[in-house]
Write a protein of this length. Sequence first.
Length: 304
Amino acid sequence: MHWCGTLVHDNQGNCEDELMAEPDELRAQLAALAPSLGKAQRQVARAMLEDFDAIAYLPAADLAERADVHTATVVRLAQRLGFAGYPDLQRSLRSTLSKYPHFLKELASDPEPDNSAAMFDAVLAQTRRNLEHLTRTVSPAILADAAEALTRARQVLLLGLGVAAPVAAHLGSSLRLLGIAADQPADPVATAQQLGLLAPEDLVIAIDFHRYYRATADAAAAAAATGAKVIALTDSEVSPLTTSAQLALIAPSDSPTPRTSLTPALTVVETLIAMTARADHIRAEDAMQRVDASYSAMNVFAHE
């Protein structure tokens, strides 16, 4: 039995039960392979072992630069480890890698238990890096395509669990304010119902980050099978959501905390809201006026 991305092969070479690549097992496999590797692949193996957690997020070209080799060498080493390619190695790692142990280790090694200023600076610095990275992963043209898809959709189905749920909720609420029918199913039954009713003129936006929920990836794949357009809002090109999406919005989610940073994803959402409102400003203006009147009629807001 050998690795097949996130699957394993049976004795006939068919992919069967799902199996994630555990980081410790890959470390051991790399260490065992090292003596039999050529010089270039040994350099890649060394770079991987020196900062193994980063491999789940580091593009092949960047890893190759660290190891001073060609990108093809990185790909060949991933294949030597039993994966179809480097993205499959990353996808498998990201499914198992937890941020918690690294964060707890950082806490334990901090000589200043009350280091609030340093943590604040670290979060701000990472946020700036994420937003700078966002300018390279999401272009105005991609955002314009997504906004056009939102404007044309009969209805929008939003998929987002866990940390992605508030991003989906914010986008859904904002789209309804613009007069676009948008819904976020609350449970697997509601998700199955809405997937069964999808039509080609509908749009599905699947949102997920870091370790990725199987349910979201499965729902995105089911949506694509209906012929509906699927847009992924995720944090990596190797996210399982990208395989089902016609359009992928890649928003980095790195954080110095044990949680996922939502700032880049929410920045994408804010931009989509603004662009979608501008694309059909008559519908947006009418919807906002009607919603505002409903707020007043229902006495929604507290007043002094």
